[in-house]
Design a protein around this ligand. Structure first.
Ligand SMILES: NC(=O)c1ccc[n+]([C@@H]2O[C@H](COP(=O)([O-])OP(=O)(O)OC[C@H]3O[C@@H](n4cnc5c(N)ncnc54)[C@H](OP(=O)(O)O)[C@@H]3O)[C@@H](O)[C@H]2O)c1
Length: 339
């Protein structure tokens, strides 16, 4: 058993983009387990856009990170000691919200056991984890797509977006997206089954670029991005359109968020805009796991990952994730799958 625990602390609150001084890497003694707790060897850490929101001071749907404390994120790991024998055995693999650290102690509350046969360990942080679940609930329950409708997805190659596109296709929709590089556009078309996709960074006028790929208008706009993209999509919605407001990643590193000009189009088109936070929807988890495991097994859904090795590289990988530097779910490998 290791004698020390490498951890990454939240050292300073960023005004705009997180920088090296936002993070501090420390070596601390191994954590001690209390009664009812498990000790987890962390294998992989998920880097998610919402973590940027937790670096702010303002009130949100989840508590902010505390300065000087270990950062938190979605983790998959192996139980290496247990004082919670009724629920967890040594050798179980689990996922849950733990620290950016090599070893974590957890009460077991909110921890899920992972089925390693359903997908590789890291996929439980992406397509078969919280982001895949977000795509499932956001599209099916909130977007309510019908066969033949046009579904437009921004950040179409992202973890959430790529799952939305594929589920929409399975439901018989015409599926269109936008992404920030030619590599991502190609992945959307060739791997994720989009009918059309464009590189929004090359678009002269966003609303025209959307109109070209959605000539019959948008019935469901799956909103991941916010800002200018949101405004441009509003100019293309149909009567009765649904807009699941999932995220606004273009705004997360701005000191002041941008305003929208075209909200009147919601009124004219009797459209429904609904924000949602996935934590409120866990009653749908079992349905999601059944459906998504099936789709992965029969090959109707696939995914991409970008893996960074070493916990010490997590801060730089976090900024890369926010910039959209890579295709696929951003995962940091902390240790080997099996010790
Ligand atoms: N509501 C919820 O409960 C919930 C849960 C999970 C995620 N989300 C939201 O879902 C969205 C996608 O998350 P994810 O986990 O799929 O993230 P991800 O896989 O890490 O991908 C994020 C993508 O966002 C795009 N992006 C970054 N900056 C952008 C900008 N300025 N303008 C346009 N696009 C930008 C990048 O793709 P490009 O290269 O294509 O720009 C990047 O690859 C985020 O907004 C996130 O906050 C919401």
């Amino acid at each position: 058993m290791a004698e020390t625990n490498q951890q990454i602390l939240f050292a300073a609150r960023p005004e705009e983009w997180p920088a090296p001084e936002t993070f501090e890497i420390v070596e601390t003694p191994m954590p001690e387990q209390g009664e009812g707790e498990i000790l987890v060897r962390n294998v992989a850490l998920s880097l998610d856009p919402y973590m940027r929101g937790r670096m702010r001071e303002r009130k949100s749907y989840t508590a902010g990170f505390e300065l000087g404390k270990v950062l938190q994120g979605g983790v998959v790991g192996e139980v290496i000691a247990t004082k919670n024998n009724q629920r967890f055995a040594v050798g179980d693999y689990v996922s849950g919200l733990l620290g950016w650290e090599q070893f974590s102690v957890a009460s077991g509350k909110g921890m899920l056991k992972i089925d390693l046969d359903a997908a590789p360990l890291s996929a439980h942080l992406g397509v078969l984890g919280m982001p895949g679940f977000t795509a499932y609930v956001g599209l099916l329950d909130i977007g309510q797509p019908k066969a033949g409708e046009t579904v437009y997805v921004s950040a179409a190659a992202s973890t959430v977006g790529s799952a939305v596109g594929q589920i929409a296709k399975l439901k018989g929709c015409h599926v269109v997206g936008s992404a920030g590089s030619d590599e991502k556009v190609e992945a959307c078309l060739k791997r994720f089954g989009y009918d059309a996709c464009f590189n929004y960074k090359n678009a002269d006028k966003l609303h025209r670029a959307i109109r070209e790929v959605c000539p019959e208008g948008i019935d469901v706009y799956f909103e991941n991005v916010g800002g200018a993209m949101f405004d441009a999509a509003l100019l293309n919605i149909n009567v009765g359109a649904r807009i699941p407001l999932c995220g606004m990643i273009s705004q997360y590193n701005l000191a002041a968020p941008e305003g929208l000009k075209n909200l009147g189009n919601l009124l004219v088109n009797r459209a429904r805009l609904q924000g949602f936070i996935i934590f409120d929807h866990y009653h749908r988890w079992a349905d999601f796991v059944t459906d998504m495991s099936g789709w992965l097994a029969d090959g109707s859904v696939t995914y991409a990952e970008h893996i960074t090795d070493g916990l010490e590289n997590a801060p730089a990988a976090f900024v890369d994730m926010l910039r959209g530097a890579h295709l696929g779910k951003s995962v940091v490998r902390i240790g080997p799958d099996r010790a």
